[in-house]
Ligand binder design. Structure first.
Ligand code: HEC
Length: 112
């Protein structure tokens, strides 16, 4: 009888354990964007290399975010030479899909 109760208890406890919610994860699109950013964009945008606006630097982004987000997407996908330097198409990674490039832009803008 004792062991039956122990068994029942352990089953119930195991059941509780499975119900523990996982740690909060960032929304999937932003998580993708963060990965792409780290692998591709950070090289320039992390420290502001070659005239790239730095991640999280509101001043450097101020005039840029006044533009339509579609303009930012297009320039990131097609490449763009402005007044501070040259943004290579897709950050120099032609294998990245439009969706991944856009997710990286969204991630960068989420940090401002
Ligand atoms: C080789 C360096 C380099 C890499 C890698 C790079 N960028 Fe850039 N990026 C730049 C430079 C330089 C500019 C500024 C161009 C200017 O305004 O003169 C820029 C500008 C931008 C802008 C602003 C465009 C605008 O209209 O003002 C966005 C958005 C952007 N980059 C996104 C990205 C994303 C997303 C990635 C990764 C997929 C990336 N960049 C990778 C150099 C880089």
């Amino acid at each position: 009888m004792r062991s039956a109760i122990a068994l029942l208890l352990s089953v119930m406890l195991a059941g509780c354990d499975a119900g523990t919610p996982p740690p909060p994860a960032p929304p999937p699109a932003l998580a993708t964007g963060e990965n792409v950013y780290r692998q591709t964009c950070q090289a320039c945008h992390g420290m502001g290399v070659a005239g790239a606006p730095r991640l999280g630097d509101r001043e450097q982004w101020a005039a840029r975010i006044e533009q339509d987000r579609e303009v930012l997407y297009r320039r990131t996908i097609e490449g763009f030479t402005g007044t501070t330097g040259t943004m290579p198409p897709r950050g120099g990674r032609p294998d990245l899909s439009d969706e991944r490039v856009k997710a990286a832009v969204d991630y960068m803008l989420s940090k401002l």
